[in-house]
Design a binder for this molecule. Structure first.
Ligand SMILES: O=C(O)CCC(=O)C(=O)O
Length: 297
């Protein structure tokens, strides 16, 4: 009866059914505010003093780069967070990982993590994140062994660029995407054609957490307020996932673009797959096929 979730005790029958039918599930107040405030402070520290671990990457909002903005008024994302213990405390927070386990099973690796900041004043086209499926970026499978988790550090709403989703679209295959060049931000790909009729905005308070299937079409709006909009987003996979070669697929272009961007900060990287070695950390259970494959690259 259930295809996208596992048997276990951490989700109610209704929550499980909601995720199965819609491809996402919001759990109010799941992450402790204290952990999120620690992440907020750590983010400010990284913006001002630089990365707090070797593998961490800091990205700037291009539309603000030439306007003399600094610190968290300029940085729109830091990624590869899990080797910083402040962020790890959030990414490995038991109530959150329990829900992840209910979706992908008990062998859990966080394969990517980011703190996404939408600073005030950015160009709307640049601050929004166009409609996409996260699976477009992931060179591993099977697809149902992956889940995206997004926890609100600030309340998010239509004005400050909350997430929006197209419920049920996780039942599609991977859809054609094109490079969202208009956004200026490297690595933003968007779905070429989609129907907005059922678009649903996720209005969330601090600590509210949404779990998204990797094929669910989603994005986020521009921040049109004078305040920041921050969230922490982690991607989890079953540690027995296998790697996929993007050669000959529609993601060949993405692979080149992302590798070029990552290579600027980490010149020792051999290829795009190699970048997942930097960003992955085991969270629960034993290392599996995924770790073996990465170590053989
Ligand atoms: O704006 C955000 O916080 C989320 C953007 C998003 O959809 C993503 O990073 O996949």
């Amino acid at each position: 009866m259930f295809q996208y979730t596992k048997n276990g005790n951490f989700l109610t029958e209704n929550q499980r059914k909601f995720y199965e039918d819609n491809g996402f599930l919001v759990i109010p107040k799941l992450v402790d505010n204290h952990l999120l405030e620690n992440c907020r402070s750590k983010f400010a520290e990284v913006c001002n003093k630089g990365p707090s671990s070797m593998d961490m990457m800091v990205m700037k909002e291009l539309s603000l780069k030439h306007q003399n903005f600094k610190g968290e008024y300029l940085v729109n994302k830091i990624q590869n967070l899990m080797n910083d213990e402040v962020f790890f405390a959030c990414g490995s927070y038991k109530p959150l990982v329990d829900v992840v386990e209910s979706i992908i099973g008990p062998s859990i690796t966080c394969c990517q993590s980011m703190l996404i900041n939408k600073p005030p004043g950015a160009e709307p086209k640049s601050s929004q994140h166009a409609m996409h499926q996260d699976y477009y970026y992931f060179p591993f499978g099977p697809v149902n062994s992956i889940v995206t988790v997004w926890a609100a550090i600030d309340s998010s709403n239509v004005e400050n660029g909350c997430l929006f989703v197209l419920p049920g679209t996780h039942k599609n295959n991977l859809l054609p995407h094109k490079n969202g060049k208009g956004t200026k931000n490297v690595g933003y790909y968007e779905i070429v054609n989609y129907n907005k009729v059922n678009l649903c905005h996720l209005i969330m308070e601090q600590g509210d957490t949404v779990f998204l299937h990797p094929l669910l079409a989603h994005g986020s709006g521009a921040n049109l307020t004078k305040n920041f909009r921050k969230a922490i987003s982690c991607f989890y996979i079953d540690s027995n996932s296998y790697l996929i070669d993007f050669k000959g697929t529609q993601q060949e272009d993405l692979e080149k673009v992302m590798f070029k961007a990552y290579n600027k900060q980490h010149s020792h990287l051999k290829n795009y797959l190699d970048s997942w070695r930097l960003s992955s950390r085991l969270i629960r259970g034993s290392p599996g096929v995924y770790q073996q494959c990465l170590s053989q690259l």
